[in-house]
Design a protein around this ligand. Structure first.
Ligand code: IMP
Ligand code: MG
Length: 175
């Protein structure tokens, strides 16, 4: 089997979306400070680009979670691999994710973060596959809604590969 990647969203379109989202976030939180929580590893490319385009004071923290599940399905049973370095109590928190799929992982993560009593808690995601949703998740900022296809690039992986592609692509297999 040979793998190849077809471009779904070119780099320039992703970058333009992030620029626009950064401006909107800067307006929405004007006069305040924002703690960006990047969900590793997939969210890291998007979070860095987004942070560069936000003009209000921003601090960054990172969290890594793994979702137990069979194959490509996440189960909603989530293990924290790396927790935040700092408390978020009383802070404006924006979670930065690569993609919302079933919503199970984020549903757990948002509940967990809410229990730490932030001043506000919101979610932004580069991609959303709404047709796959099993658990409802409130998303404040969505980059692109995409159909139910397995995507890679801009942080997203297939077996840990392709995260470094500067665009969003779909894997195709051929003999
Ligand atoms: P959820 O709990 O089903 O919403 O799982 C979301 C996580 O699954 C994302 O953070 C990704 O790590 C992974 N994921 C879901 N869809 C894709 C995809 O199309 N490509 C790569 N990873 C994906
Ligand atoms: Mg992820």
């Amino acid at each position: 089997m040979r793998e190849s990647v077809r471009v779904m969203i070119p780099e320039a379109e992703v970058d333009a979306m992030i620029e626009e989202m950064g401006q909107k976030i800067s307006r929405d939180y004007e006069g305040q400070e924002l703690r960006l929580i990047c969900v590793l590893k997939g969210g890291v490319f998007f979070a860095c680009e987004l942070a560069k385009r936000i003009t209000i004071p921003v601090s960054l923290d990172f969290m890594s979670v793994s979702s137990y599940g069979a194959g490509t399905q996440s189960s909603g049973v989530v293990k924290i691999i790396k927790d935040l370095d700092d408390s978020i109590e009383g802070k404006n928190v924006l979670v930065v994710e690569d993609i919302v799929d079933s919503g199970r992982t984020l549903n757990y993560l948002l509940d967990n973060l809410r229990s730490r009593r932030p001043k506000s808690l919101a979610l932004c995601t580069m991609l959303d596959k709404p047709s796959r949703r099993v658990v409802p998740v409130k998303v404040e900022y969505t980059g692109f809604e995409i159909p139910d296809e397995f995507v890679v690039g801009y942080g997203l992986d297939y077996a840990q590969k392709y995260r470094n592609l500067p665009y969003i692509g779909v894997i195709e297999f051929s003999e």
